[in-house]
Design a protein around this ligand. Structure first.
Ligand code: NOJ
Ligand code: CA
Length: 686
């Protein structure tokens, strides 16, 4: 019984039961069918079947408000419109050049049938072969000119018969460390409140991922398990009580469920991108993918400091040394953190002292950018805010202008603060700051969602691309704003500097099927020394550091280690120099959620293919098929693989082996992945 009442509320209230007009919409291949309707109480709901079997059981749709009656029951179906769509669009950069958007759409407008209230709510449902997406559309309304949303009531009820024996991979939503957690692997009934994407594998092998697309001017959605396998949206809070405040007509983000027979379909699905608006920035040829090094691992592993003093990392001299290395080895950029004033106080979580335009005395920004330009290298800017968006927004226009003028065309931003610790002065970006009052917001609340877009738009004006750390989750907005190139938004490599085996061996093969579904991640691979602070060992073989470039996609890929350590590994550096950060095709050719992931990706600018990926703690032997290669063409395959004794558990993590073979389409290659191991192969046409 889905409802608390044993009979319809309409009947209890003595009103006439509302008509139920079921409307179905199927995916282009006919396998997934969604029903949108109202139940006997006039509660709007959807349900999903796959191959005729229940997949998502009747799941409620609706809202509660802080100052208006809930939109929950007493709705009738007013109108119904249908559409079909099939086109292919081109990405300026990405995992693949062309993306097909093929779906059927059903939009139903529900209207309240109450004496006191006649508000309308449209639900637009799009059904693809690889999943579904739906959003709410609020029309302009005299009854409720401003929607103050206390909570969204959207449910995701995995059908109990389908959920039985299923597993979920998830991190907590709303906990203090945002989304920088190791993933839990539990029965579906073991989930509490999950950040999204949340990935589920059903016993029959069906893979699902729950997420959202086009998160604009709204709060991020977590998933709260209500009971059994039934989840409900839980929006990130706001300082103003209502979690979302919107005036006039507006649409919510899309709620998405990827649906696939196996892991490859999940990973290769583009439904979240397809549900975003096309590029709004016009010519974005100035957004160039590439690779970078940085004055970074030294601070992360506590050898240097961001703050001024004897161990200050960002000196003019060191920046030039890194620029020289970048120029010699073809890296596009050099990230320099701690160049600007403000790190000497309590930068962690208050950010009140930052200047985004003034450098420390031992760092000459102009001299360094001039030097970089001469060498054909870009300085990569850094704006750590400590979560203080009040201070940052005050300086934003000047800060971006400065970078634009100096040719600093990528900026890494940062919002280091505990969840709920983002400092603002106004609950809405449109409200001016009136005094020095500080209010506190969430990293994924509506105010911060607004903030990120403001930064991205300001950056775009100056032809700067943005890579936020401690960001809001990715919801595919890179399609609309292609200068939003990457972000962190998960537990990155940095944690490996802070404890032995801090990111366990299964972390990256889990990220591939969870966090990475949402979009590019600045994971910062390439710590070839395999140690962090205090020589903490990393749960990775040397080959796995290379495999990360194929497993974890980003158009900006770091080689995160000290330059001395990169130079000490010339053969591995050769791979890092060669591997592209922009692809025309990407396929998961082997893998299982949380266990391992091997990709084949084709360079966007040549006929070269790259194959590789990452393994968890279980040693395994794979037979890789090269079916993706061009018929009749021979390729030279250069292989970087785990050595015979390699294991992440001992010093043998450095054991790497090399191989060169000739392969053709139809050939296969047998390779052992060590515990905590990985693989990288470059295939070039002969
Ligand atoms: C945390 C980021 O993830 C890291 O990359 C950065 O170096 C520090 N914050 C300082 O901004
Ligand atoms: Ca971080």
């Amino acid at each position: 019984m889905r409802r608390a009442f044993g009979c319809s509320l309409a009947a209890l209230l003595g009103t006439t039961a509302l008509p139920a007009l079921a409307a179905d919409v199927a995916s282009p291949d006919g396998r997934t069918v969604v029903t949108l309707d109202v139940d006997g109480d006039g509660v709007p709901f959807y349900r999903v079947t796959r191959d005729g079997e229940a997949l998502i059981a009747e799941s409620d749709l609706g809202f509660i408000f802080t100052d208006a009656e809930p939109m929950r029951r007493n709705f009738q179906v007013e109108t119904e419109t249908r559409a079909s769509h099939d086109d292919t669009w081109e990405q300026p950069w990405g995992e693949r050049r062309f993306v097909r958007d093929h779906h059927n759409e059903l939009a139903i407008t529900f209207r309240e049938a109450r004496e006191t209230s006649k508000r309308a709510l449209t639900v637009r449902m799009r059904v693809f072969d690889d999943g579904i997406g739906f959003r709410y559309e609020f029309p302009e309304s005299t009854e409720m000119p401003v929607a103050r949303i206390a909570e969204e009531l959207t449910e995701f009820a995995i059908a109990p018969e389908a959920a039985e024996g299923g597993k979920a991979w998830w991190i907590p939503g709303g906990d203090f460390n945002r989304y920088e957690y190791l993933y839990n692997e539990t029965p579906i009934t073991g989930v509490s409140t999950a950040h999204t994407p949340m990935t589920v594998r059903l016993q029959d092998g069906t893979h699902l991922a729950f997420h959202e697309a086009a998160l604009v001017d709204y709060s991020g959605m977590w998933l709260r398990r209500m009971e059994g396998s039934r989840f409900r949206a839980s929006l990130a809070p706001s300082s103003r009580g209502a979690k979302v405040v919107r005036e006039g007509a507006f649409t919510t983000p899309w709620r998405t469920i990827r649906i696939s027979d196996g892991p490859a379909g999940l990973v290769e699905s583009d439904i979240d991108l397809n549900l975003n608006e096309p590029n709004k920035l016009g010519d974005v040829s100035w957004v160039e993918p590439g690779k970078y090094i940085g004055i970074w691992w030294g601070m992360i592993s506590n050898k240097w400091t961001w703050a001024s003093g004897d161990r200050h990392g960002a000196t003019t001299e060191r920046a030039k040394q890194y620029i020289d290395f970048a120029a010699e080895h073809g890296f596009r950029g050099v990230l320099v953190e701690g160049w600007n004033i403000g790190w000497d106080g309590n930068w962690f979580g208050n950010g009140r002292d930052y200047s985004f335009t003034q450098a420390y005395p031992d760092f000459d920004l102009k001299e360094v950018t001039d030097y970089a330009r001469k060498k054909g290298v870009r300085l990569i800017g850094h704006h750590e805010t400590g979560g203080n968006i009040k201070v940052y927004e005050e300086q934003l226009a000047d800060a971006m202008k400065l970078y634009g003028e100096l040719g600093v065309d990528w900026v890494k931003t940062g919002y280091v603060a505990d969840a709920g610790g983002v400092i603002s002065c106004n609950a809405d970006i449109a409200d001016p700051c009136e005094d020095d009052t500080e209010i506190f917001e969430w990293h994924d609340g509506q105010r911060q969602v607004q903030h990120h877009l403001r930064v991205v738009e300001e950056a775009a004006k100056n032809h700067v691309a943005v890579n936020p750390h401690e960001p809001v989750k990715d919801t595919g907005l890179r399609r609309t704003y292609p200068n939003w190139v990457a972000r962190e938004g998960a537990r990155g490599q940095e944690y490996n500097a802070w404890g032995a085996f801090s990111n366990g061996p299964d972390h990256e093969p889990t990220l591939v099927y969870t966090r990475l579904l949402s979009g590019p991640m600045d994971y910062t691979p390439g710590v070839l020394g395999l140690v962090g602070d205090q020589n903490y060992p990393i749960a990775s073989t040397l080959a796995k550091q290379l495999g990360l470039y194929l497993a974890i996609y980003s158009p900006i890929q770091m080689a995160a280690d000290f330059v001395e350590s990169l130079a000490a590994h010339p053969k591995e550096l050769e791979f890092i120099k060669a591997v592209p950060a922009d692809w025309s095709e990407s396929h998961l050719i082997d893998g299982a959620v949380g266990d391992y992931a091997i990709f084949a990706r084709k360079d966007r600018n040549s006929q070269d293919w790259y194959v590789g990926g990452v393994n968890d703690a279980t040693e395994r032997t794979l037979e890789l098929d090269f079916d993706f290669l061009e018929e009749g063409q021979a390729y030279t395959a250069k292989v970087w693989k785990d050595g015979p004794e390699a294991t992440y558990l001992t010093e043998k993590r450095h054991d790497i082996a090399y191989d060169t073979v000739t392969v053709r389409k139809g050939d296969s290659y047998t390779v052992r992945l060590a515990p905590g191991g990985g693989l990288a192969i470059q295939l070039q046409p002969n």
